[in-house]
Design a protein around this ligand. Structure first.
Ligand code: ZN
Length: 84
């Protein structure tokens, strides 16, 4: 019989301001807004040999925006406000 490893997860609660209601949310839902490539623009082709770019390292127009929300409902509400 295999012994189950009991790993204690010591995760610090993250507190972020909610993007929608402005309340402090503990362990918020993070929504990453990734800008889409405008129509007609060449879509960058992923190549294994090419330089790897992390999403978060993208700059300028391709920069992602992280939004924190207290929960799914709040996220849906905030997103609908933005008209996305
Ligand atoms: Zn909220």
């Amino acid at each position: 019989m295999r012994k189950l490893k009991m790993k204690k997860k010591q995760t610090k609660p993250i507190r972020r301001k909610c993007h929608n209601c402005g309340k402090m949310a503990t362990n918020p839902l993070v929504y990453h807004l990734v800008p889409s490539i405008p129509y007609g623009e060449p879509i960058p082709v992923y190549s294994k040999s090419g330089p790897k770019t992390k999403r978060v390292d993208l700059k300028g127009d391709m920069k992602i925006t992280a939004q924190n929300y207290c929960d799914r409902e709040c996220m849906a509400e905030g997103r609908s406000k933005l008209g996305v």
